[in-house]
Design a protein. Sequence first.
Length: 93
Amino acid sequence: MTAALLDAPRLSMSEVARHLGVHTSSVWRWKLRGSGGRKLRTFLVGGRRYILVADLEAFLAAGQEPLDREAKASSPNADRATAAEAALTNRGI
């Protein structure tokens, strides 16, 4: 399983922050406390923390799901998350 992690597309915490246009502390907060009831999964390699691109995409997609059926209006961060996903796609991530 470790080889699969090393071969999978991944980003460092600072790369994620840069790509999403947020501060690195926001990415750490998503890892430690989560957002919308979901934590960002990370793993450690050689003292550096990484995020699998698939885990980042799942985390961003989960943030766009409404919390209940009556919540039809998009969340204030939905547009930002959509823009972040588009930026990652444009960069081939």
